[in-house]
Design a protein around this ligand. Sequence first.
Ligand SMILES: [Zn+2]
Ligand SMILES: [Zn+2]
Length: 129
Amino acid sequence: MEGSCNCKEVTFVTSKNIKAILNCHCNLCRKMNGSAFSTYVVVPTDEFSLVSGTLTRVQVSENASKSFCATCGTPIYNENPKYIGLTIIHLGALDNIDDLSPAVDTFCESQLEWIENMRNLTKLEKGIS
Ligand SMILES: [Zn+2]
Ligand SMILES: [Zn+2]
């Protein structure tokens, strides 16, 4: 699988040896990504290679670091010392994600209530005009 940031300076490759695809509803992911929940694709770290670009790494908490494009800020992956040897790629950093769908919701204790109701939201093909 190939991935990249929005400005294309960062590119990476990873094997298709996916260990998990999951949504995380925890408050830390909500804060560090600014989104209601985050979707991650977990792969072995030794099967992930940065091909180009520069990542900035921040230690977000004792259990999480986040690596993102130093130029455009696109989040690429997280690491967690509880899951040594695994790289937790942000789903949107991968280039072809149509076949990648999450199998599990984690940290549902802090999941936002409206997420259960997303099917019923007004659907627009493009943005609000
Ligand atoms: Zn970038
Ligand atoms: Zn989380």
